[in-house]
Design a protein around this ligand. Structure first.
Ligand code: 2PG
Length: 201
């Protein structure tokens, strides 16, 4: 049966420092690399046909560690910026607590978790959805229709957009959904790509 595994990259240096990361190309911490290894250990027994990741090194490095753990580094890997993290614009690099102190919790929560409102000079989740989902529909859904097993290693917000699409979550409800780093989420589909099963591994 068609199977899709989603994994958010392991902890990055900016995750650790509590900074807005977005489209900045920030590497993993030692814990982040460990998280990727643990994610790989949960995938022993799965055989992937394709892996997809973003053009950012924290996701690519996580994918490399995961595939190494399951001895599947030789599968085709597709890198695409459609899977990149949402561009946080002028907030990128800023500490999240300092930003709250400056602009207030309410404003920062709107920038971080509203669907349609953009952070200054950045992308909203809606903007992210509009690039991530067409790519998923065009590149990945046809493979799932062939009953393949696909791995996507990406980012907090590009994965929130994907989960929104896969689980039919409304813009009102998506603000409550956060994706943990390094925990594989599994979807099993029927022949029409209706989700039959969804669970964290
Ligand atoms: O900083 C970021 O790019 C993202 C993901 O780490 O943060 P947030 O969870 O605030 O959207």
């Amino acid at each position: 049966m068609a199977t899709l595994i989603l994994i958010r990259h392991g902890q990055s240096i900016y995750n650790l420092e509590n900074r807005f990361t977005g489209s900045l190309d920030i590497g993993l911490t030692a814990l982040g690399a460990k998280e990727a290894q643990w994610a790989g250990q949960k995938l022993v027994g799965y055989t992937f046909d394709f892996a997809y990741t973003s053009t950012l090194k924290r996701a690519q490095e996580s994918l490399r560690i995961i595939l190494e753990e399951i001895h599947q580094n030789n599968i085709p890997i597709i890198l695409d910026k459609a899977l990149n993290e949402r561009d946080y614009g002028s907030l990128q690099g800023l500490n999240k607590d300092e930003t709250i102190a400056k602009y207030g919790l309410k404003q920062v929560e709107i920038w971080r978790r509203s669907y349609a409102i953009r952070p200054p000079n950045g992308e909203s989740l809606e903007d992210t959805f509009k690039r991530t989902i067409p790519f998923y529909q065009h590149a990945i859904e046809p493979q799932l229709k062939l009953d393949q097993t696909i791995l996507i290693v990406a980012h907090g917000n590009s994965l929130r957009a994907l989960v929104m699409y896969l689980e039919h979550i409304s813009p009102e409800h998506i603000s409550n959904l956060n994706i943990p780093t390094g925990i594989p989420k599994k979807y099993v589909f029927d022949a029409n790509l209706k989700v039959l099963q969804v669970n964290y591994l």
